[in-house]
Design a binder for this molecule. Structure first.
Ligand code: AMP
Length: 259
């Protein structure tokens, strides 16, 4: 497995891959890899001759009061997991922005509301870094998790609007046995907080079975859970999306309505 840290080396590698004609699968991550990420990687391995995993905690998608500095960075474990999964290349740059960076990708419709409202500038950072990663790795297919539902909507729109030659593959949310959606941020949770987070996941699942009043019902239930602060519950199309704070940890989840 090759670990690439510079932009120039990544560009050389992806140019060679394009010349070889092999299908390239890209799995963009911020590291602290878990079974959710590994599911994306396994799917990419199945569908593409070569797989590149990117590990980059993208500063431009974090707000000033968010957890950029304390975001977990277990680099050795991450690389070991990628090696075990049969990844060809890990692209783990120190920094992807020049000091004079002044060009941004902004999706202006689907990025409004939900995460966009709670985290101003978040999707501008996401869209910009994802397009940079597409340009650097030149994937045939790129793999994203349904866990980040609005991110999927925004990237899908960006790819269509900007004619990016990549096929998006969306992978269903991977959950722990207790129902909690896997997330790198789960490792912030104390055992007591984890119990509250599991309650959040189970109420969301239950709400998805109540298509007539899912959002109203879930809002009412979540407000009654001790130790949980509701950020939003929103029904978007047929998908119920929610964000909560458990202690200082912000968790998001979503589920399709079961009609
Ligand atoms: P992150 O490292 O949190 O930026 O996530 C990298 C990719 O993994 C994104 O496309 C996420 O949507 C996806 N992902 C994260 N958690 C899960 C999960 N529990 N199930 C499926 N995909 C996930």
């Amino acid at each position: 497995m090759k670990v690439i840290r510079s932009v120039a080396a990544m560009q050389r590698e992806s140019a060679a891959w394009v010349r070889s004609g092999d299908a390239v699968g890209l799995v963009p991550t911020m590291g602290a890899l878990h079974e959710g990420h590994l599911t994306l990687i396994r799917r990419a391995k199945k569908e593409c001759g070569r797989v590149v995993v990117t590990i980059y905690v993208n500063p431009t998608q974090f707000g000033p009061k968010e957890d950029l500095a304390r975001y977990p960075r277990p680099r050795r474990e991450d690389l070991a997991l990628c090696r075990k999964a049969g990844v060809e290349v890990v692209f783990a740059p120190e920094n992807l922005y020049l000091p004079n960076h002044s060009t941004w990708v902004e999706e202006t419709a689907l990025s409004q509301g939900r995460e966009g409202a709670s985290r101003p500038g978040h999707f501008r950072g996401v869209a910009t870094v994802v397009l940079k990663l597409f340009n650097l790795t030149r994937p045939t297919r790129a793999y994203f998790g349904q866990k980040d539902a609005q991110q999927v909507e925004v990237i899908r729109r960006m790819v269509r609007n900007l004619d990016v030659p990549v096929r998006l593959v969306i992978v269903p949310t991977v959950r722990d046995a207790d129902g909690l959606a896997l997330s790198s941020r789960n490792r912030y949770l104390s055992p007591e907080e984890r119990t509250v987070a599991v309650k959040f996941a189970s109420l969301l699942q239950e709400a998805a079975l109540r298509p007539a009043d899912s959002a109203r019902w879930l809002r009412g239930q979540l407000k009654r859970v001790a130790g949980l602060n509701l950020d939003y519950v929103e029904l978007t199309g047929d998908r119920l999306c929610a964000a909560v704070f458990v202690g200082k940890t912000r968790l998001i989840d979503n589920e399709g309505l079961r009609r």
